[in-house]
Every structure is written in structure tokens, then in C-alpha cells.
Design a protein around this ligand. Structure first.
Ligand SMILES: [Zn+2]
Length: 438
């Protein structure tokens, strides 16, 4: 049978329900989807591929899903480090954004972030930022997959005058990208302390009616929880629950402050938690109790957060940090195994975004969103277990190929849809502009 593409790696790490790792198998791709996964010896008899990619030193795995980021903030990478969250936000990030975050900033920043993501094996990201139509445009040009956040925040910005305006613009973007198979949208109210009850009720109603995810920072720090108690007489999670937001559509980002009762509530409601360990570490926000959440049956996915608070968009690194920190927090080395960390970075992210039928694992019928990691380097040898090696040893420069919906976005570390020289020149131009005034 004639097909578009046959990929023959050393291992296929499927991340299917049985976490199968297949040796000497091939993945057949046609019309953007995986049509077969079969022993290498049979593949060459059964299929006549228009292209064959032999990856004798690589593991092929599902593309990584970055379940929380602010792509455009790539241009603020390293602008203000080593500061507490509120000082960082109020005295540095928000002033820089109000001065610089226009349409061009968001487009250029998104392109830079997308290139970094493709180079580190991310094939889908969940974004939250102003001028989301610019991020969507950058996504479409680059050929990556994304869920674009329709941001809602109480105060005016260069993008809009307030919640009504943001919602209207967001819904227009939702309609505009509805036919794009690589783009979905989510409501993205920024945080409990920046969005008041009325717009939250509206978001809750719309998300339910339109069957769309809601993506929000929640319980990022102890300060946020204390301040809300003083202001609303309820912790943010309880307030959101009262407003009807907590259900299977809701993606709660960070969650470093959680009681056992709140964990039980999240499990009961089917709410997803997006864990951003490196951002939490850098801003000293606290520790998400990942092992307890997983034990309670909560779906936990991973995000890098934006470039200004991490400062990289490296999901391989994020997986490793997540696995390590969960053990320390739980005082138990057996929690969050390499396999679980990989699931959090792939299928759990897809589940949170409502995309588990399309992406998140290498299975017949799913989109061919795949990456190859070269495990032949000295740093990843000897090799007893490819999943362990990817989570605990490999670095992002070992990602050699990235495909989204069967299209190669990186081949042998060469980007196919973005021009690095151009991206570097743009980054330097912004650095000169922003650096001159900060
Ligand atoms: Zn964030």
C-alpha cells in the first residue's frame, strides 16, 4: 500500500494505556495520521512509502504538550530575574508589558518561542497572552499545534478596554480559527486576583455552552490565598467552585497551595492541574503536591510557564524537574516515575486540552505528532531503559526530528518552517529596544 511516510526508529515509545515500548518497529503515516505501528520487517513488505526515515539511534515518542505558557514573553527572557512573584509582576513584568506588548511584540515573541519549542520536542502548547490572534498567526505559519487562550483580565491593556472587549475579541478569534485542525481555543481568565466575579460567571457559562477549556492561574502562592481570604472571605478555589467554574473543562495552573479536602474536590469535579515546577521554583511560589494529586486520580499535566519565569521552554527539563521535585515533596522516591513524568508531558496534557483522541500518544488513528530523540550520545549510554534515559539523562539538543500532523517541522535539527537567522535578528532588535529603557 502506498503511504506518505514510514519512520523506522530503534524504539517506539507509545505512551499508550499499557506504556508499551516497542523495539525495531516502524510507524506508518498517511494523510497526517498514524495508520500503522508494526514490526520493521513487515513494514517494508506491506507499505510503499513516498518517504522513509530511518532513525537507527533514536527513540520515537509522542510530541510533548506544553500545557501552560505565554509564548510572546520569549522577548522578556532574563529581563528581570531573582525576584518574588508580586515584585516581579508589579514592578517589572507588567510595566514592561504595558510599554512594549503590542501586536508586533506578540507575533515576534511567539515565533521565537515556537522555534525554541520545536527544537526541544514540543508539538503542542497551551498559551495565554494578549493579542492572541498574533500568536495564532505565528502558529499557523510555523505549522505547530496550539490551544490559544482567549485572555480575560479586569484592567485595560493595549489589546482591549476590559473584560467585555476581551471576550468579544476572543470569540471572534475562536470563530476565525474554527476550521484549522491545528488550532483550538480556551477561555483564559488570568487569575482569581485579576478577574472579578461577573466576567468569571460569563466565562463559566460560555465554556459550558461551547464545550471549551478554561485555563487559569490558581493558588500560585500562599500570598494569593491569604489575600483572597481577606478580600472574599473564601480561598480562590472555593470562590471558583461557587461561581461554577470547577469541572472537567477547568485547567488550574500551579496549585502550590492545596489541602487534602481541596485535592478531593478537584478529583470529584474532574478538574485538571497544570504543574509548572520550574516556574514555581524560580519564583519561590511553593510546591504542588503532585504525588497526592495523582494518587487521588486528578489529571496532572506539565507546563513550562513563560520564558520570563522559567527561563526556558524545555519540556524534557520540565519532566525531569517534575519527577525529582515530586519525590522530595512526598518524601518518597517511588512517586512520579519516569513513565509517569512522560505521561504528564504528553497524554495528560492532551487530556487536559480535550485533545486526547487526537494527540498525546503514538497510536493508530491519532495525528502524527511525533519527535525523535537520539540516545547514542555518551551522556545517554549505556542504555537499559529508553524512557528512563529520556526523562533523567537526555537534553533537548538530542531531539533530532519534530513532526506535527505528519509534517516535518525539524529534520536533523534543521527547522523547516522558521528561519533562525531571521529570528535571531528580530530578538536582537527587541533586546536593543527594551534593554535601552529598563
Ligand atoms: Zn503563567
Amino acid at each position: 500500500m502506498e503511504i506518505e511516510l514510514l519512520v523506522i526508529p530503534e524504539w517506539v515509545i507509545t505512551v499508550n494505556s499499557r506504556n508499551q515500548v516497542l523495539h525495531h518497529h516502524a510507524v506508518a503515516v498517511d494523510d497526517s495520521r498514524i495508520v500503522d505501528i508494526l514490526p520493521m520487517s513487515e513494514a517494508e513488505k506491506r507499505y510503499r512509502p513516498r518517504q522513509t526515515v530511518v532513525l537507527a539511534q533514536q527513540a520515537l515518542l509522542p510530541g510533548l504538550v506544553n500545557a501552560h505558557t505565554h509564548a510572546a514573553m520569549a522577548l522578556l527572557k532574563g529581563l528581570a530575574d531573582d525576584l518574588p512573584l508580586m515584585e516581579w509582576l508589579q514592578n517589572h513584568i507588567w510595566p514592561a508589558e504595558s510599554r512594549w506588548a503590542d501586536a508586533q511584540f506578540v507575533y515576534d515573541g511567539s515565533r521565537l518561542a515556537i522555534a525554541e519549542m520545536i527544537r526541544s520536542g514540543t508539538t503542542c502548547f497551551n498559551d495565554m497572552y494578549f493579542f492572541p490572534e498574533q500568536t495564532a498567526k505565528a502558529v499557523q505559519e510555523a505549522g505547530i499545534r496550539a490551544c490559544i487562550g482567549l485572555i480575560v483580565i479586569d484592567f485595560p491593556t493595549a489589546w482591549g478596554t476590559g473584560p467585555e472587549d476581551y471576550l468579544q475579541k476572543g470569540l471572534a478569534l475562536h470563530d476565525q480559527v474554527a476550521d484549522d485542525p491545528l488550532l483550538t481555543t480556551a477561555f483564559a481568565p488570568h487569575a482569581p486576583y485579576t478577574v472579578s466575579d461577573d466576567p468569571l460567571k460569563q466565562v463559566s457559562h460560555l465554556a459550558c455552552e461551547m464545550d471549551m477549556p478554561i485555563h487559569m492561574h490558581v493558588h500560585e502562592t500562599a500570598f494569593e490565598v491569604q489575600q483572597a481570604l481577606a478580600q472574599h472571605d473564601a480561598v480562590p478555589l472555593a470562590r471558583l467552585d461557587n461561581l461554577g467554574l470547577l469541572d472537567k473543562h477547568f485547567l488550574a495552573v500551579h496549585m502550590t497551595q492545596l489541602t487534602d479536602e481541596e485535592i478531593a474536590l478537584l478529583a470529584e469535579k474532574g478538574t485538571h492541574v497544570i504543574h509548572c515546577p520550574e516556574s514555581n521554583l524560580k519564583l519561590a511560589s511553593g510546591f504542588c503536591p503532585v504525588a497526592k494529586l495523582l494518587a487521588a486520580g486528578v489529571n496532572v499535566a506539565l507546563g513550562t510557564d513563560g520564558n520570563a519565569s522559567n527561563n526556558d521552554l524545555d519540556m524534557l527539563g520540565e519532566m525531569r524537574t517534575a519527577a525529582l521535585i515530586a519525590k522530595a515533596v512526598a518524601h518518597d522516591a517511588s512517586v512520579v516515575s519516569a513513565v509517569q513524568a512522560l505521561r504528564m508531558a504528553t497524554i495528560n496534557g492532551a487530556t487536559a486540552l480535550g485533545l486526547a483522541d487526537t494527540i498525546g500518544s503514538l497510536e493508530i488513528g491519532k495525528a502524527a505528532d511525533m519527535i525523535a530523540v537520539d540516545l547514542s550520545a555518551l551522556e545517554t549510554q549505556p542504555l537499559y531503559d529508553p524512557v528512563s534515559q529520556i526523562v533523567y539523562c537526555a537534553n533537548r539538543n538530542q531531539v533530532t526530528h519534530t513532526w506535527v500532523a505528519g509534517k516535518a517541522l525539524m529534520t536533523q535539527r534543521e527547522l523547516t518552517t522558521l528561519n533562525i537567522t531571521e529570528l535571531l535578528a528580530t530578538a536582537q532588535a527587541w533586546q536593543q529596544k527594551i534593554g535601552a529603557t529598563s
